[in-house]
Design a protein around this ligand. Structure first.
Ligand code: ZN
Length: 346
């Protein structure tokens, strides 16, 4: 459908503004911007194109196309098209210059945030070695391979030291608080937690903290949890194992099941769902078998939604009361897990 339409006419319509605008558009890709504005879309086949409802005119059938590689959009309904700046002009009714200024403002915060999250992750990683209680916890959860710990950039937040470290590096108290690294009282938000950086496109988009004492719940920084965990390395596999917890992923990777990804909870956000659907594949749903049945219920619903998108699913049934982590920690091995995959039914 799109082959007939050429995006070329919309490119570089404002050459005079030059480099800054090109940099801006690279720093804040059109698709990312649209998703930040809650635009939902589905990918078209395996290409770089996405289609969804037009944010510029009312419609019930999607005719708004985005080419992520060319960084351009076109709507077959209202005939509007162009780049990120053009989209902002139309959607916010701003002039070209106002749009550039608006976007510059939008994109400075994320750039700063990325740097801070990176520094926080490095700091937490350094703390891991210094805190035997954290290493002990990792061992209890079945993580035995130090190389895997490094690869996943697992760290530890002892609490009470990140603020000093980052403000000494020149990051403002304000920014740290806005990102949720500090709580409203100004103290480190992560306290006695094992930290997993959640990455996307090689950048850290969030931090997941898991308390090492049973009383502590899970914790993210405010904002999106991002896409599926380690999706860049998993997406190449025609068969994918989906788990709900990062310690499930850890033991499975350790046992050689590198085609395992994690949704960080049983509820997939729109982006995670789209990722699973980005090509034909078989998804093994391996959620917890908990007493109240919530894991299995979520797994059933997800299987239905995936099948509606043409994705094959298999539900892996673990022994009662188990999640993949406890299965391995309590003596299960790769061969036994493999047998569970073999008998998983669609
Ligand atoms: Zn339109």
């Amino acid at each position: 459908m799109l082959a007939a339409f050429s995006y070329v006419g919309f490119q570089r319509q404002n050459c005079a503004v030059g480099e800054d605008v090109e940099n801006l558009k690279q720093r804040l890709p059109l698709l990312d911007y649209l998703r930040q504005q809650s635009w939902t879309a589905r990918p078209i086949a395996f290409g770089p194109e996405f289609v969804g409802l037009c944010p510029l005119h009312p419609e019930t059938r999607p005719s708004f196309y985005v080419n992520a590689r060319k960084n351009l959009f076109y709507c077959h309904g209202c005939g509007q098209g162009g780049d990120l700046i053009r989209f902002v002009q139309l959607s916010r009714q701003l002039s070209f210059r106002q749009s550039v200024a608006y976007l510059q403002q939008q994109s400075t915060v994320p750039t700063d945030s990325l740097a801070v999250l990176e520094q926080a992750a490095i700091f937490y990683q350094q703390q891991l070695e210094r805190h035997p209680e954290a290493l002990r916890y990792l061992q209890q959860r079945g993580l035995r391979d130090p190389a895997l710990s490094k690869e996943l950039r697992i760290g530890y937040a002892p609490g009470g030291s990140l603020r000093r470290h980052l403000t000494a590096q020149g990051y403002s108290f304000d920014l740290l608080q806005r990102l949720g690294l500090l709580n409203p009282q100004g103290c480190d938000a992560f306290y006695r937690r094992v930290i997993f950086p959640c990455c996307q496109g090689g950048r850290i988009v969030n931090l997941y903290g898991r308390g090492i004492a049973a009383a502590f719940a899970h914790q993210f920084l405010p904002g999106s949890k991002g896409g599926l965990f380690a999706w860049e390395s998993v997406r190449q596999f025609p068969t994918v194992i989906l788990v709900e917890g990062l310690f499930d992923l850890v033991v499975l990777w350790q046992a050689g099941f590198r085609h395992t990804t994690c949704s960080l909870g049983t509820h997939l956000n729109a982006e995670q769902f789209q990722q699973l659907c980005d090509r034909p594949r078989i998804v093994y749903l391996t959620f917890d078998v908990d007493a109240n049945g919530s894991g299995q219920q979520a797994s059933q619903q997800l299987a239905q939604r995936l099948r509606a998108q043409g994705i094959s699913t298999r539900r892996v049934i673990l022994p009662d009361g188990h999640d993949p982590n406890s299965f391995f920690v309590q003596g299960g091995d790769a061969r036994q897990f493999h047998a569970l995959l073999e008998v998983a039914s669609s």
